[in-house]
Structures are given as structure tokens and as C-alpha cells.
Design a protein around this ligand. Structure first.
Ligand SMILES: Nc1ncnc2c1ncn2[C@@H]1O[C@H](COP(=O)(O)OP(=O)(O)OP(=O)(O)O)[C@@H](O)[C@H]1O
Ligand SMILES: [Mg+2]
Length: 325
């Protein structure tokens, strides 16, 4: 199967010069975003009858070390946006800054950016092509000219995060189930240990257990490595459960962006564009608005259950105390 070389860069694209450390924008050290999008506008088929404005003056900061979810309706521009982050495509207007430096400052070295920002495209399992699972996950690290020992170490580490069992290593990727193939493809990008890992719909088409395994693994990867992670998803429930920050896209623009609690607190605005917060969160918000002292930020049935049980047991204690008086 044909390999998409743009995703796992070839050493010949990378060049040998060390990038100059002269950030294009000087920013407050404590608040420098890992990635900054400045006023990005992106067209497909510009100047043709089929012209589509897929991104319209988008400015956005992605914070280092966080797990950020990008959510929005079909066609809102999510995939277009993430494909700009590693230079897979280039916007006609605006800039993408990585650690303060324009990723297109030296176009010939854009391959270097693809090691720093790893992109897992939608349905990445169609890009597996090596004879064994091990070789497939090792493809990126081997291109990075690491020693075979280090390659092996990275392969097993990435496989553990992505949920690929060690006994699959010598199998052909084509003998695996759809979910297993997906995990191998994700491990292949993780094994390059990029500073930023971007996944476009990593759980698309998987059953609830498959979704959970993938999201849980990605979250552990984020927490253990400190790598900045971006996940594109349609699922508000998944975003609520796993992400620190959330970016909401609508009609080629960023509608809102911020930490999860703040974004989900704006349920009415989300509903106005046809998105919905998790049902359990909505119920808790309504109860809170109705006067019940339920904490904000409850995104799972389990968390809501714990909060309600605690609330009722406190109320019971108070009632008993009140009776004694
Ligand atoms: N290769 C392309 N050629 C022309 N138009 C495109 C192309 N890719 C995307 N578009 C259009 O650009 C807009 C944004 O598409 P994009 O794929 O970024 O949306 P998305 O939010 O990722 O959608 P989905 O949730 O369905 O994956 C849509 O109107 C889409 O039809
Ligand atoms: Mg998409």
C-alpha cells in the first residue's frame, strides 16, 4: 500500500542545519503558547467556481502540555486546521507559529516540522504498509536515524500507550482487526516522540470499548510524556471526559476556545450552533440553576453519581443533627 510520506517524514526532506533560535514573535515567557495560529484564512479551489473558504481569519493559541479537543460540525474546518499545523498544507493568509517561530520560515526544512508535530490523519490504518507491526511502528524512528536499540525502546513504549499488545509485534498489520490497526498507526506517530501529537478523529468508527481504550491511552501518553496533544472529535462526551481545553469550530471560524469547564458552561451558545454538552452535565447544570449545590464540571455519570450521593448524605446528616437540636 502506498505510504503517505508527508506524514512520516523522509530524512532527505529534513536537512541538516539546526534551526536558528530567533522566534518570529517575542512573547511573554510564562504564557507562550506551544502553537499559535495568527489570522489564518484557507481556501480550497480559490478563484474557481468551486471555491470554499474552509478557514476564515482563525486565530488560536494551543497551550503546551495540555490535551486540547477540537470539536465542531462536519465541514466546520477541523481537518483543514490540523493539516496546517505540521505543514501538510499551507494557508494563503496568516501564520502558524511553533514555539514562537513561523513553521514556514524555511520552507525547504518543513520536513523537520513533521518530526516535531506528528499528525495522525483520519482512518490512518489505511497507511500501514510494512510486513510486521514492529516494522510499521519503527518506520518513523528508523528514519530519524536512531540506534536499533533506541528504536526498539520507542516502539514498545509507544505500543504500550496506544494499546498494542507486545505479542502482535511480529504479525502482519493486515491480519489485525480494524481497532488494532488503528492503534498500530497511532503508535507509529507516537514512536517519533513529537513535541505535539495531533489526531484527527482517532476513535472514528470504533465501538465504545475501542473508543475508551484509544482515548485513555492518548491521555496517559499526554500525562506521562508532557507532550502537547490535539484531538479532533465529533463527540462532546469524549471531549468532556478526556480534554483539558476545548476549541469549538463553526462555519470556518473558532466559535469559542478555553478550558473545558468554561466552554461547557456556555451550553446555550453551543446548543445554538447545534452542538450539545453531555446529557449528564446538562442535568447537573439545570439542578444547579434550580438551587441544588451541585459542583460544576461533572461530565460522566460516575462523577455525577458521586456528587449526588455526597450531597444527599450531607443533607441526611444535617437533618439528623437538626432533629437532635
Ligand atoms: N480537498 C477539498 N477540496 C475542496 N473542498 C474541501 C476539501 N476538503 C475539505 N473541503 C471543504 O472545506 C470545508 C472544511 O472541511 P474540513 O474537512 O476541514 O471539515 P471538518 O470539520 O474536518 O469536517 P468533518 O467533521 O466532516 O471531518 C468543507 O466545506 C469541505 O467541504
Ligand atoms: Mg475532518
Amino acid at each position: 500500500m502506498k505510504k503517505n510520506k508527508k506524514l512520516r517524514p523522509n530524512p532527505s526532506e529534513v536537512g541538516t542545519d539546526t534551526p536558528a533560535v530567533t522566534p518570529a514573535v517575542i512573547m511573554n515567557q510564562t504564557d507562550s503558547p506551544k502553537i499559535r495560529l495568527e489570522n489564518i484564512t484557507y481556501y480550497y479551489g480559490k478563484g474557481t467556481p468551486f471555491e470554499v473558504k474552509a478557514l476564515d481569519s482563525v486565530s488560536l493559541d494551543i497551550h503546551g502540555g495540555k490535551l486540547t479537543g477540537i470539536i465542531g460540525h462536519t465541514g466546520s474546518g477541523k481537518s483543514t486546521l490540523v493539516q496546517l499545523l505540521n505543514g501538510l498544507s499551507r494557508a494563503g493568509e496568516g501564520r502558524v507559529l511553533l514555539d514562537g517561530e513561523d513553521i514556514w520560515a524555511r520552507p525547504k526544512e518543513i520536513g523537520k516540522i513533521r518530526y516535531r508535530v506528528g499528525l495522525v490523519m483520519q482512518y490512518p490504518e489505511y497507511q500501514l504498509f510494512e510486513e510486521t507491526v514492529f516494522a510499521d511502528i519503527a518506520y518513523g524512528p528508523r528514519n530519524m536515524k536512531l540506534s536499533e536499540e533506541e528504536v526498539k525502546e520507542r516502539v514498545y513504549k509507544a505500543a504500550a500507550f496506544a494499546g498494542v499488545s507486545p505479542d502482535l509485534m511480529e504479525k502482519s498489520p493486515f491480519d489485525l482487526s480494524g481497532g488494532q490497526k488503528r492503534r498500530v498507526a497511532i503508535a507509529g506517530i507516537m514512536a517519533m516522540e513529537p513535541e505535539v501529537l495531533v489526531l484527527d478523529e482517532p476513535a472514528a468508527g470504533l465501538d465504545p470499548q475501542g473508543r475508551h481504550t484509544i482515548f485513555q491511552g492518548i491521555r496517559e501518553y499526554n500525562r506521562n510524556t508532557g507532550c502537547t496533544v490535539l484531538i479532533v472529535s465529533h463527540s462532546m462526551e469524549d471531549m468532556a471526559q478526556y480534554c483539558d481545553d476545548v476549541v469549538v469550530m463553526a462555519h470556518a471560524k473558532v466559535l469559542m476556545a478555553g478550558d473545558r469547564d468554561h466552554v461547557f458552561d456556555r451550553a446555550d451558545e453551543l446548543e445554538a450552533v447545534g452542538l450539545d454538552i453531555p446529557q449528564v452535565t446538562k442535568l447537573c447544570q439545570l439542578l444547579r440553576r434550580g438551587g441544588m449545590p451541585i459542583p460544576a464540571g461533572l461530565y460522566t455519570v460516575g462523577a455525577a453519581e458521586d456528587a449526588l450521593v455526597q450531597l444527599f448524605s450531607e443533607a441526611k446528616k444535617e437533618k439528623k443533627g437538626g432533629n437532635r437540636l
